[in-house]
Design a protein around this ligand. Structure first.
Ligand SMILES: Cc1ncc(COP(=O)(O)O)c(C=O)c1O
Length: 366
């Protein structure tokens, strides 16, 4: 029997189990020192003043936007080519998402389309670039457009822990950077969790209050808020995972390099590109292929797991169609969604597994 090539793998070895067990024994499960330690270390990693540990990447985006005052009457520019959660917080806050196309080479938001749509919408208040698949968005040009149109910038960094653009970490460019620690991510808390990073003291304080029933440091309910806290077991796992992040990202990059070598002469496959002066951390290794569904079934029969990120794109999902009433056209995004295929990618994928995937793809097209 051939062994499965799994799409991803979660590292939960003895060191992680020990950290989690230690917390269980302390009987202190929320609002404890480990969340604070993870916040401190994560802020260092992102080169930001503040980090706020929260219950998910979605919560980080929601709280960042809410704390920055996004709400009814505001328009937020978002890519269609992303996970649903880049956009759902905008809608939950009563603001209007306006969908922007992506650059087909890098899969990240197209700054020219951002400028076009910012010019067309007087109420444009913010833009949410996504560092999709681990590739940093073009934060230089995007920041220039944001300044010109007075847009707040919320970096959806949920897939890009440790990625850099011109030497600076993602999450450090915008008004806030938002990370997810969902199990498939480059680092996880082995459950749901997230982090909001920012240099803005007011935004950080407001987000802290909003995540904890609107309570200030003295415990007074100074604003309306729900519970979006991170717990201590999660933070303990996160601390251990963070200590491995740089090594794991290097292993992902090495795996990407091997895929490139092995697939270089398969003409049907379009390989991912890397933006100049940026570090791609390969949360996902996404190729473009013809006959995608048939290839996917062929790989599945050979024990190779794959994924699709994302089809349909957010603006074409049922929920968003119903919300918007009219579905916008995004030529590049709409073309990409039929062709993208995510190949197995994680730090512990072996050379043999990568070679098997590449050979199977070659076999399909021959
Ligand atoms: C691009 C993007 N944005 C937002 C999220 C939401 O993160 P979470 O699942 O932790 O809520 C994710 C992860 O699932 C994501 O990949």
């Amino acid at each position: 029997m051939t062994e499965q090539v799994p799409f991803t793998d979660v590292y939960v070895d003895d060191d992680i189990v020990e950290r989690a067990t230690e917390v269980l024994e302390t009987r202190r499960y929320v609002k404890g020192p480990r969340v604070e330690a993870l916040e401190e270390q994560f802020a260092d990693t992102c080169d930001t003043e503040y980090a706020v540990g929260v219950s998910s990447g979605t919560a980080a985006l929601y709280l960042a936007m809410k704390a920055a005052g996004i709400g009814e009457g505001d328009t937020v520019l978002v890519p269609g080519h992303t996970f649903f959660a880049t956009v759902s917080p905008v809608v939950e806050l009563g603001a209007d998402p306006v969908f922007v196309d992506v650059d087909p080479e890098t899969y990240t938001i197209d700054e020219t389309d951002v400028a076009r749509k910012a010019a067309a919408h007087d109420d444009a208040a913010a833009v949410a670039p996504v560092h999709l698949y681990g590739q940093p968005a073009a934060m230089g040009p995007i920041s220039t457009v944001a300044e010109r149109y007075d847009l707040k910038v919320f970096e959806d960094s949920c897939q890009a822990h440790g990625a850099t653009y011109r030497g600076d970490p993602v999450g450090s460019f915008g008004d806030a950077g938002c990370f997810s620690f969902y199990p498939s991510k480059n680092m996880t808390v082995a459950g749901d969790g997230g982090m909001l990073v920012t240099d803005d003291a007011d935004l950080a304080r407001t987000a802290r209050e909003l995540r904890n029933h609107g309570r200030d440091e003295d415990g007074n309910h100074v604003r309306l808020g729900l519970n979006h806290r991170m717990d201590e077991v999660s933070a303990a796992v996160g601390l251990e995972q963070l200590s491995h992040l740089a090594d794991w990202n290097a292993e992902r990059a090495a795996a990407a390099e091997r895929y490139r070598e092995r697939l270089a002469d398969v003409d049907q496959v379009t390989l991912p590109t890397e933006r100049d002066h940026a570090t791609h951390v390969y949360h996902l290794f996404v190729v473009q292929v013809p006959e995608r569904e048939a290839l996917r079934a062929y790989l599945d029969e050979r024990g190779i797991d794959t994924g699709i990120h994302y089809d349909p794109p957010v603006h074409q999902t049922q929920a968003m169609r119903e919300h918007l009433g009219e579905v916008p056209t995004l030529p590049e995004t709409d073309r990409l969604c039929d062709r993208i295929l995510s190949l197995p990618m994680h730090p512990r994928i072996t050379d043999e597994e990568i070679d098997r995937v590449a050979e199977a793809i070659r076999g399909f097209y021959e």
